[in-house]
Design a protein around this ligand. Structure first.
Ligand code: UDP
Ligand code: BGC
Ligand code: MN
Length: 249
């Protein structure tokens, strides 16, 4: 981490960057759901800070850590990231990124566009193409307005799977479509890894998914509840640790 800090002296404390010679059109918060992936985070920071600087955006990096050992809830952590980052700065654009995904092409702009944008549309593990039309996982970008229009993400997906499919449905049911970069530009690599302990596939998620059409206006940004445990400012990122509870029994 010390070496990483030395390599990226242009980053301001807390993981913020502002280009010195232009006025950026968007203030971008990058939100990373996290637990126990320190080595992936170092890898991500090593690649992303230089890329983001070359893209000349104004950005802040927020690592949202789920405290404790309860089942992981990726989408709920993303909602927490939206709320906590918004308390710090008047961000216009939110990029929700897995900790283990790195773009291969600088022209894959970490920015928001007309519609919610899917930045990880050509991942190495899926043969550099979409695994299915409605795939919307890995890295996505929402303006504040787009995010609020879909009532954020569902808080009810505990464990692995389907939460990103829910998000895709929220987007289309809200009358928006998905923007994606060209397949060559959208190439991304995911670090190979095993499924984490505490994030096993949860069959109950399909039940939540099948009901989402009716529940999405109640479940999401407006119903988010969590407690803040700690805000830790590091040189290259801000880490926010939260208690998000546990799945219903
Ligand atoms: N994640 C994490 N710790 C965990 C489980 C998941 O930090 O124990 C975060 C991390 O950002 C990860 C993302 O959630 O990249 C998605 O999980 P995973 O990588 O297992 O999904 P997949 O590789 O199947 O897309
Ligand atoms: C899951 C998604 C996942 C995708 C690709 C789908 O079956 O529901 O959550 O992102 O597979 O792994
Ligand atoms: Mn992964």
């Amino acid at each position: 981490m010390e070496q990483l800090v030395e390599l990226n002296t242009y980053v301001e404390f807390g993981g913020h960057y502002k280009p010195p010679d232009c006025i950026p059109l968007q203030r971008i918060a990058i939100i990373i759901p996290f637990r126990n992936r320190e080595h992936h985070l170092r890898h991500w920071l090593y690649y992303l800070h230089p890329i983001l600087r070359r893209q000349q955006g104004e950005y802040g990096i927020y690592v949202i850590e789920q405290a404790g050992e309860n089942t992981f809830n990726r989408a709920k952590l993303l909602n927490v990231g939206f709320v906590e980052a918004s308390k710090e700065n008047n961000y216009d654009c939110f990029i929700f990124s897995d900790v283990d995904i790195v773009p291969e092409n600088d022209r894959n702009l970490y920015r928001c566009s007309q519609n919610p944008r899917h930045l990880a549309c050509a991942m190495d593990k899926f043969g550099y193409k979409l695994p299915y039309t409605g795939y919307f996982g890995g890295v996505v970008a929402f303006t504040k307005e787009q995010y609020l229009k879909i009532n954020g993400f569902s808080n009810n997906y505990w464990g692995w799977g389907t939460e990103d499919d829910d998000t895709y449905k929220r987007v289309t049911l809200s009358g928006m479509s998905v923007d994606r970069p060209d397949r060559n530009i959208g190439r991304t690599k995911m670090i190979r890894h095993q499924r984490d302990k505490g994030n096993e596939v949860n069959e109950k998620n399909y039940v939540v998914y099948n009901r989402m059409k009716y529940t999405r206006n109640q479940d999401g940004y407006i119903s988010l509840k969590y407690s803040l445990i700690k805000i830790e400012k590091n040189q290259l990122f801000t880490k926010i640790t939260v208690d998000i509870g546990k799945p219903p029994s």
